[in-house]
Design a protein. Structure first.
Lengths: 114, 110
């Protein structure tokens, strides 16, 4: 079974630009979550989707948004990029409908903002 | 603020030794406690997890001990191997969200 696939793996943007990151969950997984990982803040929760509905959102500014499609694939968007948005963005999927925290992570999209 | 406090930040252990990582939390709404292992350049991978109504869970060389009254839980890695060298994160789950500890970098010396 293929794992969680994230694209692109690496990208460089400049301040003020926007970026869209894509995630394909493991086949059959309907829950998709996004996390930001930085050396300073560690792993921070962004949002979680199930059947195209956002069930929870982390404490990030409105510049961070996401969505999930009917095939469970998900995208997240960051608008008006700031230097501090440089991070590894991780997508994770879960086969569970209930809250278990058993997530399968992709390898991430590493965003550098110059 | 960090909802899950993890210690130590790093540890070095000899091959065959025991690695112990500790975590503490305050939020009693947390209802599931997984541990993740992360290698450089990779995403975190689920290692083992426990529910708060269980005091201990063992899977191979990895054991979680859970103390609900103290709001503390720990990971023990028995017979540590060089391949166990990685960063380990404890986490706590509620409302479809994981709160992670800051991570512990484990180095196993051959």
């Amino acid at each position: 079974k293929a794992g969680v696939t994230q694209t692109p793996r690496y990208l460089i943007k400049t301040r003020g630009q926007q970026v869209t990151l894509s995630c394909s969950p493991i086949s059959g997984h309907r829950s998709v979550s996004w996390y930001q990982q930085t050396p300073g803040q560690g792993l921070q929760f962004l949002f979680e989707y199930f059947s195209e509905t956002q069930r929870n959102k982390g404490n990030f500014p409105g510049r961070f948004s996401g969505r999930q499609f009917s095939n469970s694939r998900s995208e997240m968007n960051v608008s008006t990029l700031e230097l501090g948005d440089s991070a590894l963005y991780l997508c994770a999927s879960s086969p569970k409908t209930s809250n278990t925290g058993e997530l399968f992570f992709g390898e991430g999209s590493r965003l550098t903002v110059l | 603020q960090q909802q899950v406090k993890q210690s130590p930040q790093s540890l070095i252990v000899q091959k065959g030794g025991i690695s112990i990582i500790n975590c503490a939390y305050e939020n009693t709404a947390f209802d599931y406690f997984p541990w993740y292992q992360q290698f450089p350049g990779k995403g975190p991978a689920l290692l083992i997890a426990i529910r708060p109504d269980v005091s201990e869970k063992k899977e191979g060389r990895f054991t979680i001990s859970f103390n609900k009254s103290a709001k503390q839980f720990s990971l023990h890695i028995m017979d540590s191997q060089p391949g166990d060298s990685a960063t380990y994160f404890c986490a706590a789950s509620s409302d479809y969200k994981l709160s992670f500890g800051a991570g512990t970098t484990v180095t196993v010396r051959a």
